[in-house]
Design a protein. Structure first.
Lengths: 391, 176, 415
């Protein structure tokens, strides 16, 4: 098993997953020395009746909680300021974010301001500028999210924050909160998760601690994604929520790879979500590095396809088989969704002329370390849906 | 602005009452078993003279306390832990976790494995009490439920199992 | 991947690993807003020159507040209070613990006293009594085995009041664990083997036990693979830095697995054998591990069989039919023990009859086996074991492990 000469790894996140996980919240808050949570969520979550499950989980605990359920799609500084006032006026000492995406971004930004001075927010936008642990933050996922909830990233009002202190202290995955969702949302979340993990697991800078989060996440996705899309399988959805949680942690443990750089830009110009775009790019980007020095492509077959397939495949074919496994998965999903989930950038509504611009944005000022030619090979093949190396 | 409200958590009186009754019964059954069953008797003999243990639900109960009195007899000591010195404190993390246990969806073993209990006190005491609880479950529950509650359903003589069961039921209800 | 109905997993320790990981301590302390550590270690560690390596590596980056190697074999309240005084007298702001289990227990105890300003440590014993973060604690393990660098437990004995205080809290997790190959480079092969098999037992029992979960499983698989790949290599070539670092990583991964998923009958009997006969813990683990797997096999053959892959590698795994993999795992561990026995010229015992103390005397007399089985009844690790275990069961296992004969699985009472 590979391990590097030097590495560092840190994950403050505790994971509680499964039956009646919500009901452990009072004990968990107590362990975080908190007694009055501010619950943040949005209207969609409320409409599904999910907030009632949270308040019901606190029954008999004697806890008083505050609930703010108006987090919009695009939260801004003004909202954070208002929430800060609520938090302080009502004497809250912890935050519970229920839902995904904007709710969690807001919760993280709020955690920064209530743990320091409100004007700090602009000062700490950027990389590793938060120097102290923040107040208790709990995340309760509901179905799909952006894939960055458990990471140390947050984006709000045009600012991006990155710090290990932004990772939630606790993630509570309760099957009652993981409601069924449209196929493309499930695929988007899982594909981002898979991209986080596949890049971390195969890149030269991998380490055994990150692998322990990437490994089960990839195996959960490989085993369950197609099934969940096909039949809505309840246990499978719980497994995918576990995978998304682990993958966010993986993302904060490694540097960003080429899939992420390209994915951000593609997402801006296609009508599809970030996760769907990343999913399209994923196998091509992996394939591009299949024989690159220092990469561990063949190792990926074990988590993604399971021990039987891994053991039954000759060593020199494992990398190929792992990437084909992802291709196959995507074709299955494409078929089940009756073509609704695109397989190529072309189908995702990207014109061929736009590729150059996407590659340019990913290369940027050069700090990403990727060059134009690499990006174009990946993009062109992903546009057409043609594997880079044919066997 | 309708997007903000403050909520005080309600209660689950029926579930709490159910768990309280079950705990009361378990407490009295242990007291009875300590008189009737030789293995339970032996377990308690090995424990210190004024040993007490508490099984309860976080954060505010219900509880049950069982202990040995000055004559070394095992007694159910009620449902109020306040003021008592507790040698072994077993707390279930919440009322729903307690319901899972007392409706036999989760055995003590499974609940422990799933992090639903917090145990405070000397480990040998905990081992002894878990064995006592297991024996208690075999006495009190029909086989098809008890089999799920204990790791290995014991092979007992007819008289131990059936006569013992009747005696323990009677004593639990009558409280002697 | 097995997903249990419910699980919890947490490993909030920053891991810094490498051949020059020690040099990163000043930066790690700075991130924790500290720079004046109290270094706690024991005589064995300082005699081996390890404390020196640590101070050399960090002295330019931090001001060492004080350094002590007064930790006894068994952590005691007296020494905890004494070191807390030292911490205060020297205006320290953090603790670095260099050593094994008792050094870490002592450091954790000191940390509670100085962080909570506690005059009576007893107030903080038990589960969940600590409510806030303690002073920064950096731990540097000097064996690759116990995994205590990632555990949330500390045990301190009060010899005057004859009390054993146990502390359990996430706040007792060290902030940083440093895995540096220099710390284990001089560990003798026999001890290397015993400690690595201790870690192996953590991983295997966590994976096959009742509280297994996907995160612990992934940690366990990685640990088993690293230990299995490297242990024999390191025993044959003790100065193999890569191998040493791999074993250190393996021990930490195994520690993360078992501190979340607990252990089973191997540890139950191992603790008992240790307390009755004084056999080192790692030796007990390596001898008992195959027996524990055999004992539980009717309940978890599936999981035991899966371990053949990280243990023996993909060729052996693929070449073994599915229904024989659990037996394959047991056989492989027995073979590891035999190979280590040969590579250490018999220094590594394969069964208890073979265990000798420094003067060559047998450590486990046959007539002590009943005492061991009785002592095992008082050990809590059995809660997490798949099969029930009473006195007769313990006796059957320990007898077989004494003789070195495989367990007769026909005789196991199956629940």
């Amino acid at each position: 098993m590979f391990f590097p000469d030097n590495y560092e790894f840190y994950c403050p996140v505790k994971i509680n997953s499964g039956n009646k996980a919500l009901e452990h919240l009072p004990v968990e808050l107590d362990a975080l020395n908190a007694v009055k949570p501010l619950i943040l969520t949005d209207r969609v979550v409320v409409k599904k009746g999910l907030i009632r499950r949270i308040t019901s989980a606190f029954k008999d605990s004697g806890i008083t909680m505050d609930i703010f359920d108006g987090i919009p799609q695009a939260p801004d500084l003004k909202l954070v300021r208002r929430l800060m006032n609520i938090y302080r006026d009502t004497g809250c000492d912890s935050i519970i974010a229920v839902g995904g995406g904007a709710v969690v971004d807001t919760a993280k930004a709020l955690d920064i301001v209530v743990s320091g001075k409100p004007e700090d927010l602009r000062d700490v936008a950027g990389n590793d500028l938060i120097k102290n642990p923040l107040g208790p933050l709990v995340f309760v996922p509901t179905a799909s999210g952006t894939g960055f909830e458990t990471s140390g990233f947050a984006a709000l009002g045009g600012m991006v924050f990155s710090s290990r202190f932004l990772m939630p202290d606790l993630v509570v995955i309760d099957p009652r909160m993981i409601t069924s969702e449209k196929a493309d949302a499930v695929v988007a979340t899982s594909m981002i998760a898979l991209a986080h993990c596949a890049e971390a697991y195969t890149c030269p800078a991998k380490n055994p601690m990150i692998d322990t989060y990437a490994y089960p996440a990839m195996q959960f996705i490989g085993e369950n994604l197609v099934n969940v899309i096909k039949s809505g399988d309840r246990k499978g959805r719980l497994a995918l929520a576990n995978a998304a949680t682990m993958a966010g942690i993986v993302f904060s443990g490694t540097s960003r790879g080429i899939i992420h750089e390209l994915g951000w830009t593609v997402d801006d110009i296609s009508g599809h979500s970030h996760g769907i775009c990343m999913g399209i790019l994923l196998p091509y980007a992996l394939e591009y590095n299949i024989n690159s020095e220092g990469y561990h492509m063949s190792d990926m077959l074990l988590p993604i396809a399971g021990p039987e397939i891994y053991a039954g495949t000759a060593k020199n074919l494992r990398a190929r088989k792992a990437i084909n496994f992802i291709y196959d998965m995507q074709h299955d999903i494409h078929d089940i969704s009756k073509g609704g989930i695109p397989l190529t950038l072309k189908d995702a509504g990207i014109s061929k002329d736009a590729l150059q611009g996407i590659a340019g944005a990913a290369v940027g000022d050069g700090h990403t370390g990727f060059n134009m030619d690499d990006c174009m090979v990946i993009l062109e093949h992903a546009w057409e849906g043609k594997p880079i190396i044919s066997f | 602005m309708g997007d903000f409200k403050e909520v005080t958590a309600g209660n689950k009186p029926f579930k709490k009452a159910y768990v309280a009754i079950m705990l009361w019964f378990v407490g009295r059954a242990i007291q009875a078993a300590a008189r009737v069953d030789k293995d339970v008797k032996k377990e308690f003999e090995k424990l210190p003279e004024d040993f007490t243990f508490c099984l309860g639900v976080l954060p505010k109960g219900p509880y049950m306390i069982v202990g040995k009195n000055e004559k070394g007899r095992v007694k159910y000591l009620g449902w109020k832990p306040g003021g008592k010195r507790i040698d072994l404190d077993m707390k279930i993390k919440g009322i729903e976790a307690a319901i899972l246990m007392f409706t036999f969806q989760e055995s003590t073993t499974v609940a422990t494995a799933r992090d639903r209990m917090i145990v405070d006190g000397e480990v040998p005491y905990a081992c002894a009490i878990v064995r006592v609880l297991d024996i208690g479950e075999v006495y009190l529950l029909p086989k098809f439920i008890a089999r799920l509650a204990v790791k290995r359903y014991p092979v007992w003589s007819f008289s131990r199992k059936y006569i013992g069961r009747v005696r323990i039921y009677f004593r639990s209800i009558l409280g002697y | 991947m097995y997903l249990p109905e419910y699980y919890e997993f947490c490993c909030r320790v920053k891991i810094i690993a490498g051949h020059d990981a020690l040099e990163k301590i000043p930066e790690a302390l700075e991130q924790l807003h500290a720079g004046r550590p109290l270094i706690i270690t024991d005589k064995g560690v300082s005699a081996a020159g390890l404390a020196n390596i640590v101070t050399e590596a960090i002295k330019d980056g931090v001001t060492i507040g004080a350094i002590t190697d007064d930790v006894p074999q068994d952590s005691s309240l007296k020494i905890v209070n004494q070191l807390a005084g030292m911490y205060r007298d020297n205006d320290c702001d953090s603790i670095i613990a260099v050593g094994g289990g008792s050094v870490m227990d002592t450091a954790k105890g000191v940390n509670i006293v100085v962080s909570e300003n506690a005059d009576d440590l007893m107030k903080f014993s038990g589960a969940g009594a600590l409510k806030k973060a303690l002073k920064p604690l950096v731990v540097i393990p000097t064996t690759s085995g116990t995994g205590s660098e990632v555990t949330l437990v500390a045990v301190v004995k009060d010899h005057e009041r004859h009390l054993k205080m146990a502390f359990v809290s996430y706040f007792l997790l060290p902030n940083v664990a440093i895995l540096d190959s220099r710390m284990t480079l001089t560990l003798p092969p026999v001890i290397t083997a015993a400690t690595a098999m201790d870690a192996m037992a953590h991983a295997v029992e966590a994976y096959t036990g009742l509280a297994k979960n996907p995160m612990s499983d992934a940690n366990a698989i990685a640990a088993i693979s690293l230990i299995s790949d490297n242990l024999l290599k390191v025993i044959k070539n003790p100065s193999d830095r890569e191998g040493r670092l791999a074993l250190a990583n393996g021990a930490t991964l195994a520690g993360a697995a078992f501190s979340n998923s607990m252990v089973g009958v191997v540890h139950t009997l191992g603790h008992a054998t240790g307390s009755v006969c004084g056999v080192p813990h790692g030796v007990c683990m390596s001898i008992l591990l195959p027996y524990g797997l055999e004992y539980n096999m009717h309940k978890n053959a599936h999981f035991t069989g899966e371990l053949l892959l990280p243990l023996a590698g993909v060729e052996v795994y693929a070449g073994t039919p599915k229904h024989l993999r659990a037996e394959g795992t047991v056989a492989y561990i027995r073979k590891m023990n035999r190979d280590i026995h040969d590579a250490t010229d018999g220094g590594h015992a394969r069964f208890f009859e073979e265990v000798r103390d420094r003067d060559g005397r047998r450590m486990v007399p046959r007539e002590k086996l009943e005492d061991i089985a009785r002592a095992a009844l008082d050990d809590g690790s059995i809660f997490y074991n798949p099969e029930e275990c009473d006195y007769e069961d313990f006796l059957m296992i320990i007898k077989a492990a004494w003789e070195g004969a495989p367990l007769d699985r026909e005789l196991i009472k199956k629940g």
